[in-house]
Structures are given as structure tokens and as C-alpha cells.
Design a protein around this ligand. Structure first.
Ligand code: NAD
Ligand code: UDP
Length: 312
């Protein structure tokens, strides 16, 4: 296949590039580096089946030749980044999705949207199933991301219904692993960075809020299976192992033997209290479930960050 990956120099995008290159496909990554980094794809630079386009996905996209699939992953993704880039986040979710869908229509390509568990907002249903419509603040600080992604889902379904574009929507839950940006404020890289430096870990609020963390290789496998499936309605991909942020911080301190403990900081506005995917749909339709346990995934991620911090 010849695959275009927008946001291909980001954390997840670069792992998708690796996956499809390893499978024998041709990959065109497109990125403007607003939150991603050339470091994430430097190893692919001279690969004969890898190409890179540096541009904003919200501008007109020109690609010569055929494209079989477009994976639309461009968007700031951490609360710190999307609150720092509110207009860019709204634009990439709206205009960028429009451009990427327009290209899919022109090329007759399959289109897969990276949506998010944030479309469920502060969920009133646990665990979150795809048929839950969510509880979202439409104008709070996180709305720039949540509403952009909800708009992107609506735009994707409109292109599917009105133009018969062959579309897929993956709702990604918290994912972690190597190439997570150390400085984007997400809890996994933030706490691991603090632990390696021997600092106390910053836990927001009392740390009773929950998340469930999926290792990136599991996510990528789920995305590849969804892309190959016939399912056009949204599909959750994530790890249903739910734990509190306080428990998570204690785990990081134990794994890194960090004696500095935990400090408590104010909770960000509209920080969801509980989040856990119901993955019965992915299990049923894709025969997919996560394989990498938290301790195993964290060990790999800690080793990656320790090495990177030593080299910088
Ligand atoms: P990331 O910030 O590492 O990657 C996003 C990439 O998109 C970056 O390389 C960035 O430079 C690029 N980008 C942003 N705006 C762009 C634009 N206008 N034009 C071109 N490139 C642009 O984040 P990530 O964690 O890899 O997230 C990738 C996708 O997955 C995002 O769409 C995000 O919303 C979604 N997602 C991620 C998670 C997660 O836990 N990591 C959870 C839910 C959804
Ligand atoms: N969090 C924390 N300390 C940090 C960074 C984040 O306690 O240094 C909390 C954050 O408030 C949220 C959870 O960890 O409750 C996950 O945050 P993240 O930014 O990774 O993404 P989110 O799941 O909120 O999109």
C-alpha cells in the first residue's frame, strides 16, 4: 500500500510509519513539527519507501500519484500543547481534517481519523462505550481539542455519507511509550522525567482521578486492524486497566527507585475524573486486545527516557 500519515513526525505517527515500512508499504509522512520532531523519523530518512512532506495539513495538500490510505494523526495532543496552541488545534481538527478528507476523496483512498477519548469529556458512563455521546464543556480550555475532534468525527462521517469516502474512526485512549515528547506535560513522560531527575512527582489534585494506559505497540496493532476492517463507525482502542493517578505515580517511583515522593498540585480545569475504554467492540470486530502490561511497557519507556536524557 501507499499510505499518507499526517502528523507522521509525532509520537504515534512515527510508530505508524515504522509499522507500515516494516510491513513493506510505502509511507509518506506529512508534518509541520508544531509538537512533533524530526528526531522521531530520522532513522527513516534515507529509506527508499519513506518520503516526507513538511507542511501544515490545513493548507492544500499536493501528492503525486495514487494513495491507498490516509491516516490523519496531525493535531497537538497533550492538554498542555493544545491549550498552548488553541487556534492551531481547532484549525487542524477542522480545516486539516477537511483537507485530508478532500485528498482521500480525490485519490479514492481509505481514510482513518485519529479521534480521542476526549470526545466523551467528563464521562457519566463507565467504562466508555462507543455509543455514549459524552459530556463535554463546549467552551472551556479543553474545548479547543474536544470540540475539534468531535467536529472531525462529524466531518469524516459526512464525507462517508455524502461522498462515499471509505472512512474509519479510532477513538484513542491514553497511550504511552518511546518518543512521547518529554516536555509536552502528559502524565507519563512528565512523571518519568521527574523520577529520573530524582525530583518529587507532581500529581494533580488528590490523584484520585483515573486513566488507563495503552502501550504504543498495542495501539498501532489495533489501528492497523481497524484500517483493514469494514467498520465505519467509531471504535475505541485503549487498555482497560484503569488506575488512579496517585497509584500510577507510586508505581513510577517504585520502578525508578525514586525516593523523592509525590507533591500535590492544583487540578487543571475540566480534567476528567474517570476514563476507561470499553473495548468489547474492538475485541469482537478486530479480534484485538492489548498484550503489553503496564510494568513491561513502563520499563521500556523508562529505559528510553533514561537513555535520551543522558544523551541530551
Ligand atoms: P504528537 O504531538 O506527538 O503528534 C502530533 C503530530 O501532528 C506532531 O508531529 C505535530 O507536529 C503534527 N501536527 C500538528 N498540527 C499539524 C498541522 N497543522 N500540520 C501538520 N502537522 C501537524 O501527539 P500524538 O500523541 O502522537 O497524537 C497523534 C494523534 O493521536 C493526534 O491526532 C491525537 O489527537 C491522537 N490521540 C493521541 C492520544 C495519546 O494518548 N497519545 C490519545 C488520543 C488521541
Ligand atoms: N497529571 C498529573 N501530573 C502531571 C501531569 C498530569 O497528575 O504532571 C494528571 C492530569 O491532571 C490527568 C492525568 O494525569 O488527571 C492524565 O493527564 P495527561 O496530561 O497525561 O492527559 P489526559 O488524560 O488528561 O488527556
Amino acid at each position: 500500500m501507499r499510505i499518507l500519515i499526517t502528523g507522521g513526525a509525532g509520537f504515534i505517527g512515527s510508530h505508524l510509519c515504522d509499522y507500515f515500512i516494516a510491513r513493506g508499504d510505502e509511507v509518506i509522512a506529512l508534518d509541520n513539527f508544531i509538537t512533533g520532531s524530526p528526531d522521531n523519523i530520522v532513522h527513516l530518512k534515507n529509506h527508499p519507501r519513506f518520503h516526507f512532506i513538511r507542511q501544515d495539513v490545513s493548507d492544500y495538500i499536493r501528492v503525486e500519484g495514487y494513495i491507498d490510505a490516509i491516516l490523519h494523526f496531525a493535531s497537538p495532543a497533550s492538554p498542555v500543547s493544545y491549550i498552548a496552541y488553541p487556534i492551531q488545534t481547532l484549525k487542524v481538527g477542522a480545516l486539516g481534517t477537511h483537507k485530508a478528507l478532500g485528498l482521500a476523496k480525490a485519490k479514492g483512498a481509505r481514510f482513518l481519523l485519529a479521534s480521542t477519548s476526549e470526545v466523551y469529556g467528563e464521562p457519566l458512563v463507565h467504562p466508555q462505550r462507543e455509543d455514549y455521546w459524552g459530556n463535554v464543556n463546549p467552551n472551556g480550555p479543553r474545548s479547543v481539542y474536544d470540540e475539534a475532534k468531535r467536529f472531525a468525527e462529524a466531518m469524516t462521517m459526512a464525507y462517508h455519507r455524502a461522498h462515499n469516502v471509505d472512512t474509519r474512526i479510532v477513538r484513542i485512549f491514553n497511550t504511552y511509550g518511546p518518543r512521547n515528547a518529554l516536555d509536552d506535560g502528559r502524565v507519563v513522560p512528565n512523571l518519568i522525567g521527574q523520577a529520573i531527575r530524582g525530583e518529587p512527582l507532581t500529581v494533580h489534585g488528590d490523584g484520585a482521578q483515573t486513566r488507563s494506559f495503552c502501550y504504543v505497540s498495542d495501539l498501532v496493532e489495533g489501528i492497523a486492524r481497524l484500517l483493514a476492517s469494514n467498520e465505519t463507525l467509531p471504535c475505541n482502542i485503549g487498555n482497560p486497566n484503569e488506575l488512579s493517578i496517585r497509584t500510577f505515580a507510586e508505581k513510577i517511583n517504585a520502578l525508578t527507585q525514586n525516593p523523592a515522593g509525590i507533591v500535590y498540585r492544583p487540578r487543571p480545569v475540566d480534567d476528567p475524573s474517570r476514563r476507561c475504554p470499553d473495548i468489547s467492540k474492538a475485541r469482537r470486530l478486530l479480534n484485538w486486545e492489548p498484550r503489553v502490561g503496564l510494568e513491561e511497557g513502563l520499563a521500556k519507556t523508562i529505559a528510553y527516557f533514561a537513555d535520551r536524557m543522558k544523551r541530551k
